[in-house]
Design a protein around this ligand. Sequence first.
Ligand code: FAD
Ligand code: FES
Length: 279
Amino acid sequence: MYKIVEKRELAPKIKQFEVAAPGIAAKANPGQFVILRVYEKGERIPINLANSNAKKGTITLVFNEVGKTTNQLGLLNQGDDILNIAGPLGNPSEIQRFGTVLCVGGGVMIAPLLFQVSALRKAGNKLITVIGARIKDLLFFEKEMKELSDEFYVATDDGSKGYMGLSFLKDIFNKQRIDRVIAMGPVVMLKTVSEMTKPLGIKTIVTLTPIMVDGMGMCGSCRVSVAGETKFACVDGPEFDGHQVDFDQLIKRQRMYLPEERLSALFHERLRGIKLDRG
Ligand SMILES: Cc1cc2nc3c(=O)[nH]c(=O)nc-3n(C[C@H](O)[C@H](O)[C@H](O)COP(=O)(O)OP(=O)(O)OC[C@H]3O[C@@H](n4cnc5c(N)ncnc54)[C@H](O)[C@@H]3O)c2cc1C
Ligand code: FES
């Protein structure tokens, strides 16, 4: 059992838990994730580490309530327990002094990006950060990102705050030399950023979030195609070279269980009398 020591709502349907998990906190690094179960008969869902504090023995998870399990998770409160958490899983991010790094985070993945931004800052990089969301109300960690960044930008899909969309990134690439790009967020965003940087030859690392079950390389559900080879995101990633990823295949695979997910969410809504926001 893993106790929730603090619960915060960062934005509508986006919640942050600080959880007592000393064994995981002792080994956790930016870029890694955990797989948790809320109830005995519940499914296993992967969530990136948004922070870890080895001294306190806690990890931080930020999640978006998009379906049945994330909504069940969101119903837990400070003092409640999460049934089980496996981790840290996946490979840690490569943290080095690269030079000037552009970090782009979209949606709920702004949270694990902050963990990485903080490590890149400590490593002595110049950081340009961009955070984006569908609408301004879904933005969070603006102050925290700004404090760690040399340049900081906001983008929204509807233009309600900052730039509208990501086309303004072209101006950043034209203005200065960028040594590396790191992108975490929806697959469509990862694809857009990778397509912008490929002709410029800027190394671009993307975090992939395919459907995962065991998280240990055994079930094959997280397979992705990278440079024409099949990789398992849970053990070979979750970070990959964005110029080599078959994003269209990933988008298709992520939608594989949509009818079942919709049905499951519907049953959950009816049972609890709540309406789920499915983007
Ligand atoms: C490595 C990794 C890290 C992730 N980190 C975060 C995070 O930090 N915060 C966060 O909010 N979400 C994160 N996700 C996505 C999160 O796992 C899904 O949102 C969650 O599983 C949805 O479950 P659900 O029952 O609430 O919704 P559902 O209605 O079951 O699914 C909604 C959508 O979520 C995706 N999804 C469903 N089941 C899984 C699964 N087992 N594995 C991966 N994706 C799934 C599918 O694209 C699906 O269409 C991460 C996914 C991966 C693979
Ligand atoms: S989640 Fe099973 S192989 Fe990756």
